[in-house]
Write a protein that binds this ligand. Structure first.
Ligand SMILES: [Zn+2]
Length: 145
């Protein structure tokens, strides 16, 4: 048994009823057939609408992926451009000041080692902190002399 709206008053009535219990309008076989066709059509329309919605949703997903890929490509392009613009790996030659500092550090190390060997028989870098201090004092005394 299915409920159908009465053709006359719209109240739900059984499709098996001969007439509407509310208004007494007769339920014709022709009306029931039309009603059935309408329901089938409505169901078909619903299926078509659902397919359209799904298609639209998948299109939206596709556009989303496209945006992500485009963004990634943009950043790749941006960074590859920056890398090309960056200076090559060659270090610039040391300036005169840098060379002087390096030479001084080298000579300080040499002087410290010489004193450390003289006093302790070991290189400066292998001495404990208090011995290093004594070596440095010795160097300072030599400089004053
Ligand atoms: Zn009725």
């Amino acid at each position: 048994m299915t409920l159908v709206p009465c053709e006359a008053c719209g109240k739900p009535i059984s499709d098996r009823a001969r007439d509407c219990p509310e208004c007494g309008h007769p339920v014709s076989g022709e009306y029931l057939v039309k009603r059935r066709q309408y329901e089938v059509q409505a169901a078909a329309d619903a299926v078509i609408q659902e397919q359209r919605d799904r298609k639209a949703a998948s299109l939206g997903t596709g556009i989303g992926y496209l945006i992500i890929v485009a963004t990634l490509l943009f950043f790749w392009w941006l960074f590859s451009g920056l890398i090309r613009m960056a200076p090559s790996g060659e270090m610039p030659p040391p300036t005169a000041a840098e060379q002087a500092i390096a030479a001084k550090q080298k000579s300080l190390t040499a002087v410290r080692d010489a004193h450390a060997h003289q006093i302790y028989g070991r290189p400066y870098r292998k001495l404990p902190a208090e011995h290093r201090a004594l070596v440095d004092e010795s160097i300072a005394r030599d400089a004053v002399r």
